[in-house]
Design a protein around this ligand. Sequence first.
Ligand SMILES: Nc1ncnc2c1ncn2[C@@H]1O[C@H](COP(=O)(O)OP(=O)(O)OP(=O)(O)O)[C@@H](O)[C@H]1O
Length: 252
Amino acid sequence: MTEVLQVRRGVVAYSDRPVLRGVELTVHSGEVVALLGANGSGKSTLIKAALGLVPLTAGEVRLFGTPLRRFRQWPRIGYVPQRLGAGGGVPATVGEVVAAGRLARRGWRPASASDKAAVTAAIEAVGLADRVRDPVATLSGGQQQRTLIARALAGEPELLILDEPTAGVDAASQETFAGALSDFVAKGGSVALVAHELGPLAPLIDRAVVLHDGLVAHDGPVPEPAEHHAHPEHDHVHPHAPQTSPSLWEAP
Ligand SMILES: Nc1ncnc2c1ncn2[C@@H]1O[C@H](COP(=O)(O)OP(=O)(O)OP(=O)(O)O)[C@@H](O)[C@H]1O
């Protein structure tokens, strides 16, 4: 299997404080990998390092087999950062925000029919076709998150990297998102996503990588959530647990 994302012995320190201490992460083509771990265990840092948004102190990153420093094929990757406000006070509509996700692929040429089709398909995939002309600020948090996912999908990436795509997102939006992700994977896409609770995404996950204290504590099947979260009726959504909360994904 080809590796679309590889981090080897990744070390990252913020002002001398090590946050990742030699992490291995591989995503193969067609795989859906969940990155789990307690708050502050370094999940977001790992995906930022994989994208070159945070420098590695040591170790190496390869994207589609190319060392990060030489990688230029950014349209192959769609990234949805953690809780980025889609509205941001700018009165952009859903259609405009999603169309912006096409720019990297289309360059500064006028939008072609296939650009427009990709934007429409992305908006439909996340169930927002009836909101295209609405300002993003008028949407619910879950719909805003879906707008950002559609923006990433509009670029027709091969690898989607998602930082807590369902945190604080209503149940209906989570289901819609799971469907969109499932379609993306069915077409051959690969996914790395950070999650606190997998919810409706669980059936899509091929492998879970659990970070603990800057190291990989588990790489394999999705581990059982900690006991008090394991009940079927306990299907709530954690907005974003405070730093003090215990891990929902205890390292086995
Ligand atoms: N830019 C930064 N400068 C300094 N410290 C940072 C920075 N970003 C993150 N950290 C610290 O690094 C550690 C790991 O953070 P990171 O966001 O990667 O963890 P996480 O596992 O994604 O946690 P969460 O679930 O809370 O998002 C935390 O202690 C955090 O406070």
